[in-house]
Ligand binder design. Sequence first.
Ligand SMILES: [Zn+2]
Ligand SMILES: [Zn+2]
Length: 384
Amino acid sequence: MAPVAISHRGVVASSQRQVGRAGYLPLERKCQILRMSITFEILGSPGRDNALLVRVDSGQSVTRLLFDCGDGCLNTVSFAEILATDHLFLSHLHMDHVGGFDYLFRCLFNRDTRPNHIWGPIGTTEIIHHRFQGFLWNLHAGMSGTWLVHDVSHTDVSTSRFELCEAFAIKHDEGTSERNAQLVDLGTCTVDVHVMNHGTPSLAYVVREKARSNVDTSQLAVLGLRPGPWLKQLKDNADRSDDVVIDGVPHSMATLRESLVTETPGDSIAYLTDFILDEAAVSYLSKTLQNCGTVVCEAQYRNADRELALRNFHMTTGPVAELARQSDINRLVLFHLSDRYTSKEWSEMLAEARAIFPNTAFPEAWHIESIGEQGGQPERLAIR
Ligand SMILES: [Zn+2]
Ligand SMILES: [Zn+2]
């Protein structure tokens, strides 16, 4: 009956998907990842616009979160998966991070099964409202779709609502609330936000899966108990003081939990892009990213181009890897590379990072490493 399925089915299924992606990792890292239920895809190509799609699989449901929405980034994502995307989180509104928004909007503009949420720094509402109104609306009568756009500042979150049935003409003020590090609780996971400096505010995000409770069914026989619906009650942690009657005998829930329930810490993934990673930023972020599972981080410039990186409020590989080292994360994935470099130079940037934090990689599908090892080409990589 239910208990084994409740405890493990989702975790095993998502773990199987992770094995392929974690192929380059040492065994102990693979073992850590096998317990995880967050999967992710870097969207877009090296040297082009990128985005991140995160799936949090609870076993009962999958939450899909999209981070940024550059041009062409959704080309490889199925329509069904776009339709199932729960939230769009924008780091900032530069063209390379929002250029693909029209396609997302075309897929979701009339989704009325749930509200559409967009989060971004101050100014997001104004820019997204222009995007909403960048089309002719004269056949919208009878259609519905609600969009909630959240402007996130250092201190507040201001929310505005737009309705398809109004042709997105009216900006409804839904109020302002105090902002904490934890931006939103989505049930199976939370999303933290940090406002960074890109010459303009740029938001860094951390998705944290909630701890999972698992029932050790192998202990049932030892305790002389038969499985039943009470196992779900036990796992869900409803009320620690309650007793439960099993086969006519009352048992203390607290005692049963102690004997049967184990808590597995949740996985986590951070999305960091487009801000200065100076000493102060490394120091600040390394505290908040301690033991993070995966950090997906911009690597726009090589170390030799540090001055250029600072001028453009971007990062170089060295400080990125140093942040990973100080944060004691599991793995670092580099993306959002400058197209000023050849693929061989990208490989050299990876080597720069690995010298500081060995468990660093580009997205596997990019195949940059093998191209670089062949001597590198002066031309750009083909778009894949
Ligand atoms: Zn960018
Ligand atoms: Zn930017």
